[in-house]
Ligand binder design. Sequence first.
Ligand SMILES: Cc1cc2nc3c(=O)[nH]c(=O)nc-3n(C[C@H](O)[C@H](O)[C@H](O)COP(=O)(O)O)c2cc1C
Length: 367
Amino acid sequence: MAANIDVLFEPANLGNLQLPNRIVMAPMTRSFSPGNAPGEDVAAYYRRRAEGGVGLILSEGVSPNMITATGTRNVPNIVSDEAKAGWKKVITEVKAAGGMMGLQLWHEGPYRNPSKTAHAEIPSWSASGVKVPGKQLWAPMTDAEIEIATEEFVSGAVTTKALGFDCVEFHGAHSYLIDSFFWDQTNLRGDQWGGDWVGRTRFACEIIRRTRAQVGPDFPLIIRLSQWKQQDFSVNTAATPDEMLEWLSPLAEAGIDIFHCSQRRFWEPAFSGSDLNFAGWAKKLTGKPSISVGSVGLSGEFTAAYAGEISEPASLDDLVKRMEAEEFDLIAVGRALLQDPLWARKIREGRDNELAAFSKDALTTLS
Ligand SMILES: Cc1cc2nc3c(=O)[nH]c(=O)nc-3n(C[C@H](O)[C@H](O)[C@H](O)COP(=O)(O)O)c2cc1C
């Protein structure tokens, strides 16, 4: 018999964030914003997910500047007047449908390919100019560049709040700019921005602390983290629970409210000797609420989807078991919600026979 999915639809009272249920739409880059400003079609796309009963929508990654933050075509920013107006339209539509939404701030760092941008002469930013461990492509960021990047993140978060979003998420995962500081294979700095965990978390903490000072105590700040790296799915930022504590506790002290712990498969344990996944450990170690993610409701994981793998609908039993045990507080759902804006409602109403397999077509449409 299928597990009772009611736990997914209990309200979540997470300090400064109150949600109607536990389902979060995962941040997903869509590249449907010509001129880097989201249009009516993007607003309608998010509104459909709010109408479908998602508890909290997280936006696609949004650039905090117009030059170094992205090399990906048609990715929206939060800097130009057109982009700000577009995001205002998005949040207005989502609110009109009774939804809640946060914006994800994403600086690609070493994953920006300068040659694919209008500023090919400007090197990409990262902790040490290292994209693949052992291979230095650019100069390490200067102190002045770190200061600019910090202020751009803060300014993006302040704008997010001013536009009426319910929270902001800093993308600190998947090898991008902030993560390039966390991981000791891409942060080789000997100054205050590198070295031990205090040094490697300093950039993120500076962003969080300054944001907190500007947005006040009530505006929820989320950080997305991953143990895995784009360069290598098998590596871990933190090798042990003790290291994870050294990684996460400075971020919590700086003002993070919720940890969003990215995994490709949510059921995989973070460390041997315990079933707890990354979000489970983050909650246990910091006492902060956490979000898990990874292949919810689908048979295959997301990086294979880009290569064309089709995922079939899969059981939610293990997810329900973990949520009933309060291992983590919220569950983010990516591809299932790309495929079907009504996924949450269909799950809730037991309409499992209406759930479709995930196909690559959903990556290239904005339905
Ligand atoms: C099309 C697509 C775009 C994505 N873009 C982002 C992004 O902008 N920021 C981010 O943190 N993760 C991004 N991800 C990862 C998702 O947020 C999520 O962690 C991943 O898809 C696993 O969830 P799923 O198995 O439910 O799809 C993306 C995933 C997909 C499929």
